[in-house]
Design a protein around this ligand. Structure first.
Ligand code: GTP
Ligand code: MG
Length: 344
């Protein structure tokens, strides 16, 4: 906490893009996980959430990031499905985001859900970077595991380098056709006016240090004011999924984007009928770097502060609805908060 008593909250980073362009793989690379292996046909069908601590970000970013430059606690990544039938989930992910990564397969270029994602980002005024993924598929590519992209470029033949450059400039052209002035990220001076393109490979990890560095820079410079929250305030979030949790009955997976929720709180949750007003039975938190969708070992905690993914167990959650708001009541009028939840 700083002198004003406010704390910078973890920025929420949505990962959006066309099906199979490598969103989950990129997150797997950052988490050191293999969530993709558990997905039927490697198709993501739900929104995911993963907390990545600053430590991990600076470990991966290595020499590119000086952790003392940042006073953010880390990043909360939201994975979204790229398959065309999940457009509601993409909008929901986009609405939660402070910043976003638009993942585009460099070989495949702009595709329908790439354009849909851009529309969402434009509508929600979410700043984003483009991860130009799968650079390792460039013919003749000489992979450089986990290196910053500059070192990786230096290791390529002239031919491979110019093939990749051509593909990247096609992407920059496509972005400009959609009214975004874009350039290779190292040439971008002002990320508020220009979209940075970061060449990456989820397969080899090259460029991933750069991607995390750009994200931290974006969060720090352009979102700092928005990130300052009153951490003790009543929590607000969105339901991702309603699921049975062994030993706890029906629970909701939630992305908390504001304030705090404690195990003693009463919450108001949107549902298929009237808003549900219920007392928290348990707060279950995934481990750092765990994907909430696949986490098996949740830790029961007394309180959770935004931004975070968590599971809330409480009575009467059977009619809770994915996408609905969650509000902590705390010392406020019950009718006001019920009305707020109804209106959203
Ligand atoms: P949806 O969630 O269904 O939209 O797909 P996604 O964007 O999460 O893509 P996913 O991570 O599931 O990857 C799709 C396929 O591309 C998988 O077979 C990955 O192994 C492969 N892939 C992802 N990134 C890379 C990369 O950088 N290089 C190569 N060669 N393959 C990749
Ligand atoms: Mg996926």
């Amino acid at each position: 906490a700083d002198s004003t008593g406010e704390t910078l909250r973890t920025p929420i980073v949505a990962v959006l893009g066309h099906v199979d362009h490598g969103k989950t793989s990129l997150l797997d690379r950052i988490r050191g996980s293999t969530v993709i292996d558990g997905e039927a046909g490697a198709i993501t069908q739900h929104i995911g959430a993963t907390a990545v601590p600053l430590e991990t970000v600076s470990e991966i970013a290595g020499s590119l990031v000086d952790p003392t430059d940042f006073d953010l606690p880390g990043l909360l990544f939201i994975d979204t499905p790229g398959h065309h039938s999940f457009s509601t989930l993409r909008s929901r992910g986009g609405a939660l985001a402070d910043i976003a990564i638009l993942v585009i397969d460099v070989n495949d270029g702009f595709q329908p859900q790439t354009i849909e994602a851009i529309d969402i980002l434009q509508r929600t005024e979410t700043p984003f970077v483009v991860a130009a993924n799968k650079v390792d598929t460039t013919p003749g590519w000489n992979p450089q595991e986990n290196t910053p992209i500059q070192g990786s470029y230096d290791a390529q033949s002239d031919r491979a380098r110019s093939t990749l450059d051509e593909r990247l400039y096609d992407l920059i052209g496509d972005l400009s056709d959609h009214d975004f002035s874009a350039d290779m990220y190292w040439r971008v001076q002002n990320f508020a006016n220009n979209v940075g393109v970061v060449p990456v490979s989820a397969e080899t990890g090259e460029g991933v240090p750069d991607l995390l560095t750009v994200l931290m820079g974006l969060s720090q410079r352009y979102l700092k004011d928005a990130m300052a929250i009153d951490v003790d305030g009543p929590g607000a979030g969105t339901v991702l999924e309603v699921k049975e949790q062994k030993g706890f009955g029906t629970a909701i997976d939630v992305v908390l984007y504001d304030g705090t929720v404690t195990a003693d709180d009463t919450i108001v949750v949107g549902g298929t009928g009237d808003p549900i007003v219920t007392d928290v039975r348990a707060l279950l938190q995934p481990r750092p770097l765990a994907e909430i969708r696949t986490e098996k070992r949740f830790e029961e905690v007394e309180s959770v502060t935004a931004a975070a993914g968590l599971k809330i167990a409480a009575p009467d959650l059977d009619s809770a609805m994915a996408g609905a708001p969650v509000r902590v009541l705390r010392n406020r009028q019950r009718e006001d908060i019920v009305e707020e939840v109804e209106a959203e």
